[in-house]
Design a protein around this ligand. Structure first.
Ligand code: COA
Length: 558
């Protein structure tokens, strides 16, 4: 690895210019020719491109400094091909001193070596959030390490939680925590830094010498390169926290407005935060918007009244009742899943005009066929319940009645027609209701579906669902089959357009045309969004499900 120092290039005869914008977050990767800093004279501004690609470890100047040709402005860590410390995408910052006076300095002289010449300098590695499979930021609900802790590969560093799942971020290397970069309540996305770990190569070399043979491979992801540069870590966190609110407040946004006088990193940060820069007053020379201006705009909106953050915020206040005057009570906090479920339910119920369509499927034959397979199910160590057949029937009905596989987009007066069939299954867990998604249901067989339902349901009950497991649903099935009851009115799981409630099958008299016969009838309740689905659509969709379940030979025809 070498450290390259970028200097102020030829200024075309201008003596001194002002640094007006540091465009990169220290620790982030820069590409060759990418602008790292903006300079401004009385007459013009210019971008200073990077002359190397690597990691920008630090700036040697700050905004407002006056610089001249040749002034060192930033250090870039360059990992050459074949460098043993460069493990493909891993950010490794060696603890080395660099000399800012030297314009291009080969860093190899600073690397500590052992008696036989092996590199034993300490490496500092930024552990970051692996691919979450989601563009949504996840909340840090627990930080499990402190500065000074020794962690082993696989140890959990932090726990993240999204709407309905939690995920642990493990250490990919063994080392010592030297700095926490994420804290409880922070919102993190793929690639965001979590902790700084010191990996003592000397120890690794010693291990090798002792025959351990497990040289520690740094395998962590790079920090999020797109994270806006807000100068300090604290500001980054505040800015990211404000992002959702800022987007909601900004309304129609024109990030590229040429009327705005701001540097590229301010524009980038504003874009990522959803801030319309035309609303931000610039306090810099000639009205230029500075980082402080953007920060204070964001901070102002954090403290201003904003969009509801709790599911109860936009409800009519409940009447205050002194429950204790009637007897002892206990106050218990809702789990995160319960809070989010309540919020989603309320949003769905108050925005979707729901209609529920009821019907019965005669599953007498289905049940005798299913029961005849019980030995086979045992041999396969799986459980075959009516749900696998219901899933398959719904998938076929969704394919035939594509309206039920849409999502309404009111802002564009459009709907999105999905070309895939993923179905969510409501699972009752101790932490609340969660909805893992079974993917590509139409392409899977009954046994495969039976296995998958019970695998995801088990994962849900153990709180081990990942973000990917709960994403991408097109339709939801809520089965209360074991609990009794006839019908119910399930609430549509936004942004889907319909949900099928399944109640307990029971033997009931069925008029065959000549006589009443005892048949096993399965009560079905289909709730749908009446903005996109009408009653006739629902009748056809439900009719297809009913007919497929009543004569499962039909399932083989699709
Ligand atoms: N009618 C009669 N019996 C039914 C039935 C129905 N509609 N659905 C299932 N059963 C039977 C099964 O056949 C099984 O009996 P068996 O072992 O004799 O074959 C038994 O009930 C238990 O089934 P279960 O283990 O619950 O499996 P499942 O595949 O039916 O359901 C889940 C799996 C995950 C959906 C279910 O366990 C669950 O969590 N349901 C709750 C969903 C919920 O809370 N919805 C409300 C949302 S607001």
């Amino acid at each position: 690895m070498t450290i390259e120092v970028i200097v102020v290039p030829d200024l075309g005869g201008v003596d001194s210019v002002e640094v007006i914008d540091l465009a990169i977050t220290p620790g982030a990767r820069v590409e060759l020719d990418e602008s790292i800093l903006v300079l401004e004279s009385d007459k013009a501004s210019m971008d200073v491109p990077s002359t190397s690609e690597g990691v920008l470890s630090r700036y040697l100047v700050k905004e407002g400094d006056s610089v001249t040709v040749g002034t060192p402005i930033a250090e870039i860590e360059v990992h050459s091909v074949g460098d043993p410390s460069d493990s493909g995408g891993t950010i490794i910052l060696s603890d080395v001193e660099s000399n800012s006076e030297t314009v291009r300095q080969n860093h190899q002289n600073d690397v500590k070596t052992d008696s036989i010449g092996r590199d034993v300098s300490d490496e500092v590695i930024i552990a970051s959030v692996p691919d979450t499979g989601s563009s949504e930021a996840l909340e840090v609900v627990e930080v499990l390490v402190s500065v000074g802790d020794k962690v082993c590969e696989g140890d959990t560093l932090v726990t993240l939680e999204s709407d309905k799942a939690s995920m642990e971020v493990p250490a990919s290397v063994t080392g010592t925590v030297i700095e926490l970069l994420a804290f409880e309540s922070d919102k993190l996305s793929t690639g965001d830094p979590v902790v700084r770990l010191k990996l003592n190569k000397a120890d690794a070399v010693l291990d090798e010498d002792n025959g351990a043979g497990n040289s520690v491979e740094p395998l962590l992801d790079p920090p999020n390169e797109s994270m806006p540069n807000f100068g300090t870590d604290e500001n980054v966190t505040i800015a990211k926290r404000a992002q959702t609110e800022a987007v909601a407040l900004a309304g129609a946004i024109d990030y590229s407005s040429s009327d705005v006088y701001a540097g590229p990193s301010i524009r980038l940060a504003a874009r990522e935060l959803g801030v319309d820069l035309t609303h931000v007053a610039g306090s810099g020379p000639r009205g230029r918007i500075t980082r402080e201006d953007l920060n204070s705009f964001v901070a102002q909106h954090i403290s201003a009244p904003r969009v509801p953050s709790s599911f109860s915020d936009n409800m009519t206040p409940q009447p205050e009742v002194d429950f204790e005057s009637f007897g002892p009570v206990e106050r218990v906090g809702l789990s995160k899943v319960e809070i989010l479920t309540a919020r989603n339910m309320q949003q769905s119920w108050s925005t979707i005009p729901h209609v529920t369509h009821f019907d019965d499927a005669d599953i007498t034959e289905l049940e005798s066929f299913r029961k005849s397979l019980s030995d086979e199910a045992k041999a396969k160590s799986t459980k075959l319940t009516p749900l696998a057949f219901i899933l398959k029937s719904v998938a076929i009905a969704l394919r035939v009645n594509s309206k039920f596989n849409r999502s309404l987009e009111l802002k564009s007066n459009e709907y999105l027609q999905r070309k895939y069939i993923n179905i969510g299954i409501a699972v009752d867990t101790q932490r609340g209701l969660v909805v893992p998604v079974v993917k590509d249901v139409d392409k899977k067989g009954i046994w495969e579906l039976a296995e998958e339902v019970h695998r995801v349901a088990e994962k849900a009950r153990q709180g081990k669902l990942s973000v990917v497991d709960i994403q991408g649903g097109c339709f939801t099935i809520s089965s209360l089959g074991t609990l009794g009851g006839n019908y119910f009115t399930p609430i549509v799981n936004l942004p889907e357009v319909a949900i099928l409630g399944v109640s307990k099958a029971a033997i009931k008299p069925f008029w065959s045309g000549n006589e009443f016969q005892p048949r096993l009838l399965l009560p079905l309740s289909l709730s749908y969004d009446h903005r996109i689905v009408n009653g006739a659509d629902a009748g056809r969709f439900m009719g297809d499900i009913r007919d497929l379940l009543s004569d499962i030979r039909q399932l083989t025809m699709f």
